[in-house]
Ligand binder design. Structure first.
Ligand code: NAD
Length: 288
């Protein structure tokens, strides 16, 4: 029977999310020592100066051997390369988790790199973020009253899942559990599709010559709807590749929905238009 501890934390990828988790755990004294490794060492140097971490790691293998908990907080498509780097040095009692926005892709990568899923592996995804990047934007309260979805696998030790859940709860998050593939379907609808639409809307409007100064006249609704189009392009490129099929399915459903609305508008079909708008209004008012 394995016993897990959470004294020494290693964050790999000290950006917005990794930095915020480090800062949140350190400021609440949940862990005793926070180390971080980033492919850009200046991020860890900045993390030290900001007091977000205790140690900027140069020797990754030895930091992996010493860690009780490892949090992968790199972009989704960088996860597999990092898994290959850490695999030879991971102890059986080390908790391994991540914060990536897609889960099926990561589970596949872990299966490939480790052959057998380590029992301390518990994938995770905080449903919290911002349109900023880097440790400079780290916020110790980012996860307060936000949901975190854990997607433990049949191979994950329930004690490991409890420990990872406890870490998130200790920084104010509400922890839910879901199957990784269900996670990717749900997030394709509630996060990935809205980001794709916001990027596409702003890009389409910005490229029409007649719209050159249109954003000057944008009111609150437009700002609210398009805020997420300021998110990191590389992160969203990675998510669209990693969760391609689920996102395509959502885009197709949405396209049919817009086509139905277009037909109703073109035909002056008030009943159809009011039906769509009223159903959406009721649904929007009822979600908490
Ligand atoms: P970020 O760009 O702020 O930070 C990512 C960090 O990873 C950077 O410092 C980068 O230098 C480092 N990195 C990249 N490749 C690396 C490698 N191979 N080895 C070591 N370090 C490497 O990005 P972020 O917003 O913190 O996103 C990190 C993860 O969190 C992503 O997987 C993303 O899907 C997920 N996420 C982001 C948000 C959000 O709103 N930003 C929300 C939830 C989850």
């Amino acid at each position: 029977m394995l016993t897990y501890t959470t004294h020494r934390l290693l964050i790999i990828g000290l950006g917005l999310i990794g930095g915020s988790f480090a800062k949140a755990l350190k400021s609440r004294k949940v862990v005793q020592h926070v180390a971080a490794y980033d492919r850009h060492p200046q991020e860890c140097d900045l993390g030290m100066r900001l007091g977000v971490i205790d140690e900027a790691v140069e020797d990754l293998p030895s930091a992996v051997q010493q860690a009780d908990v490892i949090v992968l907080a790199v972009p989704v498509k960088a996860m597999e390369a990092v898994l290959k780097d850490i695999q030879p040095f991971l102890r059986p009692t080390t908790l391994l988790t991540d914060v990536g926005s897609t889960k099926g892709h990561l589970v596949q990568a872990v299966r490939q790199v480790f052959q057998q899923i380590p029992s301390g592996f518990v994938p995770g995804h905080p449903i919290a973020g911002a349109e900023k990047s880097g440790v400079i934007a780290a916020d110790a309260d980012l996860f307060e009253r936000h949901k975190v979805i854990l997607t433990p696998l049949p191979e994950s030790d329930p004690k490991a899942t409890l420990e990872v859940a406890r870490l998130w709860q200790s920084v104010g998050a509400e922890v839910l559990q879901m199957d990784p593939y269900r996670h990717d379907q749900v997030l394709a609808a509630t996060s990935h599709l809205p980001h794709v639409l916001a990027f596409s809307l702003v890009d389409t409007l910005a490229h029409e010559e007649e719209n050159r100064d249109i954003f000057r006249y944008a009111a609150g609704g437009f700002r609210d709807f398009t805020r997420i189009a300021a998110s990191d392009p590389v992160m969203w490129h990675d998510i669209c590749q990693a969760n391609r099929d689920a996102i395509l399915k959502q885009i197709d459903q949405f396209t049919s929905g817009v086509a139905r609305l277009r037909s109703a508008i073109a035909a002056g079909d008030s009943q159809a238009m009011l039906g769509i708008f009223s159903r959406a209004k009721v649904a929007r008012e009822h979600f908490s």
